[in-house]
Design a binder for this molecule. Structure first.
Ligand code: ADP
Ligand code: TRP
Length: 321
């Protein structure tokens, strides 16, 4: 089974990215043909700052490796190091109906949040379809926010197959129920572009400030509360042991859940959970040349697959005259 997913290096990776996608990808390392990449071409739709993009790309790579991704057990690369994806995106765009693109809510959401309404941002889902189809992925683990983009990729692959003969695998999304949408500090979806994240590798005072600012309601401690409507409890569940989760759920339902104490407990859990990864990340970042070498080796491996698909596509559509 070929499993593939990508992440934008558009800011510090956060616990929503970790539980929504990275953790799942890392868990597939031993049982599948795994493709993990950093989508810098996609990040260009929102980052127009050279330093920020370069640093973000290296940091995202260090994050994945520090969290346990083994580059020998998967193909791990930076999207723009395999330029074939851009040619495939163009070919796919010529059979992508405008109506399909106009229905994509992510474009409208991002523009509403202040990201410039560029053509690249609008056609973002076609490049994402090219990412997936170029490697003939069977399954794509993502958070719920990417479901519609996966549907676009499926539509485009089916359209292409119908027009030019069976060429692409039609990919399936894999969205885990418990972590489909990790809430942010304000209760909306946690997202780099919404400024409401808890970065994975934050520590000390900065981490404490974030955790203590998780929005909660004004219900007094002794009153009963609905745990499933509380974003603090949702984050708590990601880190706590099952028995403790049940205990705290009881406090919510019967009264006695004190938000301040739960936040401090959550703070300790986050801090411990990533302690080892934090140390490893610092080691990777201290040696960017090794990091670049790992990524280039991954790109060579990815490219070997990419050229095979692109050659077939060029032939199918009539570009090999
Ligand atoms: P962001 O929205 O922070 O820019 P990305 O778009 O780069 O994050 O997302 C990378 C991966 O992480 C995607 O699979 C996405 O669905 C997942 N993801 C992002 N935010 C969340 C979240 N809050 N909850 C669950 N998954 C998420
Ligand atoms: N659009 C995805 C996101 O914002 C990132 C992405 C780009 C991706 N290409 C992909 C995810 C291919 C999965 C497969 O999270």
């Amino acid at each position: 089974m070929k499993i593939l997913s990508g992440i934008q290096p558009s800011g510090k990776l956060h616990i929503g990215n970790y539980f929504g996608m990275m953790k799942t990808m890392i868990s597939h390392m031993d049982n599948s043909d795994l493709y993990v990449f950093i989508v810098d071409l996609h990040a260009l739709t929102s980052v127009h700052d050279r330093e920020k993009l370069c640093t973000g790309t290296l940091e995202a790579a260090a994050d994945f490796l520090a969290l346990g991704l083994d580059p020998e057990k998967c193909t791990f690369w930076v999207q723009s190091d395999v330029p074939e994806v851009c040619e495939l995106a163009w070919i796919l765009s010529t059979l992508t109906p405008m109506g399909l693109m106009e229905r994509c809510h992510s474009y409208k959401d991002k523009v509403a949040k202040g990201i410039d309404a560029s053509h690249g941002l609008f056609s973002y889902p076609v490049l994402m379809a090219a990412d997936i189809l170029l490697y003939q992925a069977d399954q794509v683990p993502v958070g719920k926010d990417q479901k519609q983009h996966l549907e676009v990729a499926r539509d485009i692959s089916q359209k292409f197959n119908a027009a030019f003969g069976e060429t692409f695998v039609v990919p399936e999304p894999a969205i885990s129920k418990q972590t489909a949408t990790v809430p942010g500090l304000d209760g909306q979806k946690m997202s780099k572009s919404y400024g409401n994240t808890i970065p994975i590798f934050l520590e000390g005072k900065a981490l404490k400030k974030k955790v203590m600012s998780i929005a909660t309601d004004a219900t007094p401690v002794e009153d009963p509360k609905d745990p499933d409507k509380c974003n603090l409890f949702q984050m708590f569940q990601l880190f706590a042991a099952p028995a403790r989760i049940e205990e705290v759920r009881g406090l919510y339902i019967n009264g006695g859940a004190a938000y301040g104490y739960l936040k401090l407990e959550l703070l300790d859990m986050i801090s411990d959970y990533y302690a080892e990864a934090r140390r490893k990340k610092a080691e990777y970042l201290a040696d960017p040349e090794t990091l670049r070498a790992i990524l280039r080796k991954g790109a060579d491996r990815a490219r070997e697959k990419a050229v095979v698909t692109l050659d077939l596509v060029r032939d199918r559509v009539g570009l090999k005259y």
